[in-house]
Design a protein around this ligand. Structure first.
Ligand code: UDP
Ligand code: MG
Length: 331
């Protein structure tokens, strides 16, 4: 059995060498063969030279793919999954927040027949505000999307070959992996581990990025938010009709009252706000369609362990066959 480890790296020069040693040590303890696929997501520090060195030192175990610029972790994971040849693939972060010791346990559970072995981190050491927002977010999102998303569950997981192929078969441009993994399903098991604080470097998540990520999760699965908007619209119409009836009734019984200046102002601004939100919501979906229709590759490869990349088109078609380039190019 071949085990692949996929590691997205963005500016990880501080920890990468330590990560590599640590992981290699753990993997050597396992029975089967292994490969580590590093994906350099357009790092601007010494990450790429380090990967080149690692690959040169240990060509049997180390592969890498380097992007032409930063395309984001989702794209990096996709590239890694495409490149990985293993019968099982483990995705982990380069910053040692995903303890390499756990790979052992994942492989054991996979041997028991599980297709997805998911490591769920506790929120120990997180700031209270982040824990709280996460909890609220997951409660809200699980009402809206039709796949189950679990708090603390991230990308640290083992996937069987058929699961990887299933995930690669989902060719959408806007990728929200947490949801995609959950969407493909198969036999899944979860275990918890104590959250480790990032050892070096710093997290690339800012509040704004997290907010947008949250919105992505909400919007990339179905059109329930649109449905909610429609419901809200109905509710507002009902309220307006009720209010109108009340005003008319009041005028008939008590005569015409003083004009409701404040009511008018509040109603107009509130409605304008609601309308803006809804237009924005529709815009989000249209924007997504726009990106899907363009069918741009998710990333461009600049070099790999095999040397510089020459054909740009090959970059995105290596495994999954959803790109436009392949449909136009005669086979
Ligand atoms: N990462 C990446 N591209 C990015 C941002 C992050 O490949 O644009 C990688 C990063 O190198 C790390 C993993 O994704 O291996 C998780 O990133 P980070 O530790 O910043 O996120 P957090 O652990 O705070 O969720
Ligand atoms: Mg991290």
């Amino acid at each position: 059995m071949l085990l692949s480890i996929v590691v997205p790296c963005f500016n990880e020069e501080d920890v990468l060498a330590r990560f590599h040693d640590h992981v290699s040590l753990e993997l050597a303890k396992l029975d089967g063969a292994y490969e580590i696929v590093y994906v350099d997501d357009g790092s601007r520090d010494g990450t790429l030279p380090l990967l080149q060195e690692l690959a040169a030192r240990d060509p049997r175990h180390v592969r890498y793919v380097s992007f032409s610029r930063n395309f984001g972790k989702e794209a990096a994971m996709l590239a890694g999954l495409r490149d990985a040849a293993g019968d099982a693939v483990v995705i982990m972060d380069a910053d040692l927040q995903h303890p390499p010791e756990l790979v052992h346990r994942m492989v054991a559970l996979h041997a028991e027949g599980y297709d997805q072995v998911v490591a769920r981190r506790t929120r120990e050491g997180d700031r209270v505000t982040r824990t709280l927002t996460a909890r609220l977010y997951y409660r809200a999102i699980n009402r809206l999307v039709d796949v189950e998303l679990v708090d603390g569950v991230g990308d640290f997981r083992l996937l069987s070959r058929r699961t990887v192929d299933a995930v690669l078969g989902l060719g959408e441009y806007n990728r929200f992996s947490k949801g995609l993994f959950s969407w493909v399903g198969f036999r899944t098991t979860t275990f918890s581990y104590e959250n480790a604080v990032r050892e070096q470097g710093r997290s690339k998540w800012t509040f704004g990025k997290l907010l947008n990520y949250g919105l992505d999760g909400l919007l990339s699965f179905n059109n329930k938010p649109l449905r909610a908007a429609v419901h809200l619209g109905f509710l507002l119409v009902l309220l307006a009709v009720g209010y109108a009836a009340w005003i008319v009734g009041d005028a008939l019984v008590n005569g015409v009252d003083t004009p409701g200046y404040v009511t008018l102002l509040v109603a107009v601004t509130a409605l304008a706000g609601v309308q803006m939100v809804m237009v924005g919501l529709i815009g989000e979906y249209v924007g997504r369609i726009y990106y899907e229709v363009k069918r741009r590759p998710h990333y461009l490869v600049q070099e790999t362990h095999e040397g510089p990349e020459t054909g740009v088109m090959r970059a995105d078609t290596r495994r999954a066959g959803e790109s436009l380039w392949e449909t136009v190019a005669p086979k």
